[in-house]
Design a binder for this molecule. Structure first.
Ligand SMILES: [Zn+2]
Length: 374
């Protein structure tokens, strides 16, 4: 038997919403929320679609947050089933967005439908859904939070439906995330012939010692809540292709995932100091995708852990691992933010899939959270 949640998840997966093109997903969600009494509002910006839907006018505010956009499917030939034709096969539902995170959106909606059929909430409930989480993430949740802050809107609790679980649904919830800092570093030199190095200045040679030093730096030990800060070089481009030419520049991309032991500005000044003291001629293009955040108040974490345990029998691990999420834009407002969603083993990959029985379980978890907080 096809449940409501599965049906809605399939309807959402059928919509080709490659970031940042929502392509009608939000409309579908709004159409389900409006009959429940939600006031829906679009807070779009540029090519990005954002939905803000609220119910009730008094009491603390609980927000369900998520995104309708998906990463591109990649090579279509390698998918077992077409990525935008949700297909059940054995225990799994295949399709782009099945795990990240259209099943979560469907589960949140049907959880509200069941909850509101029983009683009216005693506090405020809202949905903040964007179509720009997988892309630039500038005009999505971040933009909506700016607008809400201007209006004096205060979020107390936020449940994000990102795929937080690893092996089994509910084995992990995320209560924070590391910060992420990227840099495009350019080291300049003077072009020349390899046979006449005294007439040139080799930027690769100048960059190597300082890159080695950075790659071997012990940034911190992490702390109770965070893994140690890590520095990783992802790309090095240098040279003109000919093997007898010293190039005039080399470009290096690197990223730091950092704990609350650091701030992005402290890391930037440390690295620029290293580069300056190495005497290299450099330019840095920095991008901070988010400072680290951590929910320290136990309230929402405990509620989510209890609800997961009640449905799945597992007490989830409260982790801060993994990539960044839109929680980074919501947590700085003072909201307690917890991420609870599907297993993440296949997200962003070919043949992304979701265990079918997990879809209804996830909806049951969200419904219990509503019962506890509203
Ligand atoms: Zn996601």
């Amino acid at each position: 038997m096809m449940t409501d949640t599965l049906q809605l998840a399939k309807a959402l997966i059928s919509i080709e919403s490659v970031t940042p093109n929502d392509n009608g997903c939000l409309e579908l969600i709004a159409q389900r929320l409006e009959p429940l009494g939600f006031t829906t509002e679009r807070i779009d910006s540029g090519a990005v679609s954002n939905l803000w839907a609220t119910l009730g006018d008094e009491g603390p505010l609980l927000v369900f947050a998520g995104h309708t956009d998906v990463v591109p499917p990649g090579s279509l030939d390698e998918w077992r089933y077409p990525p935008f034709q949700p297909t059940e096969d054995g225990e799994f539902l295949y399709g782009r967005g099945s795990a990240d995170m259209k099943s979560s959106l469907a589960a949140m909606v049907t959880a509200c439908e069941r909850f509101i059929a029983n009683r009216l909430p005693a506090a405020r409930l809202a949905f903040l859904i964007t179509s720009d989480e997988e892309g630039q993430a500038v005009e999505g949740t971040r933009y909506v939070i700016e607008r809400l802050t201007e209006r004096g809107e205060k979020i107390n609790y936020c449940v994000v439906g990102e795929p937080s679980s690893s092996e089994r649904l509910g084995d992990t919830i995320r209560v924070g995330r590391r910060g992420s800092l990227s840099c495009k570093l350019r080291v300049n030199g003077i072009k020349g012939h390899v046979a006449y190095p005294h007439l040139a200045r080799n930027p690769i040679h100048e960059a190597l010692p300082v890159l080695l030093r950075l790659s071997e730096t012990h940034w911190d030990d992490g702390n109770e809540s965070f893994q140690p800060t890590s520095f990783q070089i992802s790309n090095i481009h240098g040279g003109v292709g000919a093997n007898n030419v010293i190039p005039d520049r080399v470009e290096i991309d690197f990223n730091l995932r950092f704990s609350t032991e650091h701030t992005s500005s402290a890391l930037i000044s440390h690295i620029e100091q290293e580069l300056s003291s190495a005497g290299v001629d450099y330019e840095c293009e920095w991008h901070v995708s988010g400072e680290p955040f951590l929910t320290v108040e136990p309230e929402l974490i405990t509620v989510v852990q209890d609800c997961v345990k009640q449905v799945t029998g597992i007490l989830p691990d409260a982790s801060t691992g993994g990539g960044t999420s839109d929680g980074r834009f919501i947590a700085p407002t003072g909201a307690q933010v917890v991420e609870i969603g599907p297993c993440n083993a296949t997200i962003h990959k070919l043949n992304e899939r979701m265990r079918i029985t997990d879809i209804e379980k996830l909806s049951a978890i969200y419904e219990l959270i509503l019962q506890r907080l509203l």
